[in-house]
Design a binder for this molecule. Structure first.
Ligand code: NAG
Ligand code: NAG
Ligand code: NAG
Ligand code: NAG
Ligand code: NAG
Length: 351
């Protein structure tokens, strides 16, 4: 009797064990979308191929001078921080599924990029080429591209039509290059209908770019030498939320009345310019940076986007400004009382 009981206990334990490992197997198979037997784990000897992430290839920080032959299974390719000078079609012959390429921090010149090497990558979504030696925006590029990061190169030229097919591009980063007013024409950004973030900070512009895509949400133009903004410049940009123009040469004369009275705008940064007056803002603006200008007087009644005090019949009429920087100007405390009457949601004023 005892023996039988022990036996059946063991049997139960054994069965449970089998069932649970089977369950684990099944779950594993369901979670793992790759049939491992289909991949020959070909891996360039300079690189690291993580077995649990067969679509990624890590070749970063290996002092590489050339791009190795990229296996066909790769989607994500990390080549940053090497000494790579050229990008040729040969390396990518089999790599037709690439989605991301990170080539930041290399020595790639515009001449070093074989014509058409990127446009052949029909599935490419992200192309990162920051901190290289490019003099031109690489072209042609594949229409699939969603992010193009070209910061910290020596770009002075954008070939005609370089962006015109990039209907899905959402991020274009060109900051810290040497773009001139003459680099940009009214066609340069044409076709970028999905563009949400445009960064042209730290270039050599003295004028605003001639025509920007209408759907831009974040526009960064800091650290140029922009002196003026044309009237109605932002009128078609109905989705603009963040605008940075710090460290430029904007003067009162260069700013048409109401140019920053943009109802979608939440953040406006105009630090380190040459303004003596506070420009008109919309009731929706939440953050305003005007520090380090030449403003010598704040009149809350004039600055208020709605008449004060009595017209706040509806809550929605209360100006949304929460944060105001006015330090580094010629303003003497105290903060005028009418400023507080107007901006009732204000949480911080830096004077
Ligand atoms: C491309 O794949 C073929 C077939 O697997 C292989 O023989 C060839 O060496 C590969 N070429 C490159 C550049 O990876
Ligand atoms: C752009 O994105 C949409 C939606 O993801 C996709 O259907 C379309 O094929 C993409 N266009 C290109 C040219 O890749
Ligand atoms: C602009 O230049 C200033 C001063 O040189 C620097 O501190 C700041 O990081 C730069 N900002 C951008 C966005 O380039
Ligand atoms: C700002 O624009 C709004 C509507 O677009 C308008 O009602 C308001 O008068 C403008 N502000 C100034 C100071 O003109
Ligand atoms: C502020 O401006 C209003 C309207 O322009 C004016 O009536 C008022 O006297 C000014 N306040 C001060 C302190 O200058």
């Amino acid at each position: 009797m005892m023996n039988v009981k022990l036996c059946s206990n063991l049997l139960v334990v054994f069965l449970t064990h089998t069932v649970s490992t089977q369950n684990i197997r099944l779950m594993d198979d369901e979670l793992d979308p790759y049939d491992w037997s289909l991949y020959s784990f070909e891996c360039p000897q300079e690189c690291f191929c993580p077995p649990s992430f067969p679509n990624a290839l890590y070749c970063d920080s290996k002092e590489l001078k050339e791009i190795p032959a990229i296996p066909a299974r790769i989607w994500y390719l990390y080549l940053q921080n090497n000494h790579i000078g050229t990008v040729t079609g040969k390396s990518f012959m089999n790599a037709t599924q690439l989605k991301w390429i990170n080539l930041n921090k290399n020595k790639i010149t515009s001449n070093g990029i074989e014509k058409g090497v990127f446009s052949n990558m029909k599935n490419l979504l992200y192309l990162f080429l920051e901190d290289n030696e490019l003099e031109e925006v690489p072209a042609p590029l594949p229409a699939s591209l969603e992010q193009l990061r070209l910061a910290r190169n020596k770009i002075t030229t954008i070939p005609e039509g370089a962006f015109s097919n990039l209907e899905n591009l959402t991020v274009l980063d060109l900051h810290q290059n040497t773009l001139l007013d003459s680099t940009l024409s009214s066609n340069t950004f044409q076709g970028l209908n999905s563009l949400m973030q445009l960064n042209i900070a730290q270039n050599s512009l003295t004028k605003m770019p001639p025509a920007l895509p209408n759907n831009v949400v974040q526009l960064y133009l800091d650290n140029n030498s922009i002196e003026a903004i044309p009237a109605n410049y932002f009128d078609a940009m109905l989705k603009l939320v963040f605008l940075r123009l710090n460290n430029n040469k904007l003067t009162d004369e260069g700013l048409p009345m109401n140019v920053f009275n943009i109802s979608s705008l939440l953040v406006l940064q105009l630090s380190y310019n040459a303004l003596t007056r506070i420009p008109a803002i919309s009731v929706h603006l939440e953050h305003l940076h005007l520090d380090n200008n030449k403003i010598d007087n704040v009149n809350g009644t004039q600055m208020c986007p709605v008449p004060i005090p009595g017209d706040y019949v509806y809550e929605r009429n209360v100006p949304a400004l929460r944060y105001l920087r006015l330090d580094g100007n010629e303003i003497k405390p105290p903060i005028p009382f009418d400023l507080m009457l107007c901006f009732r949601l204000l949480q911080a004023v830096v004077v």
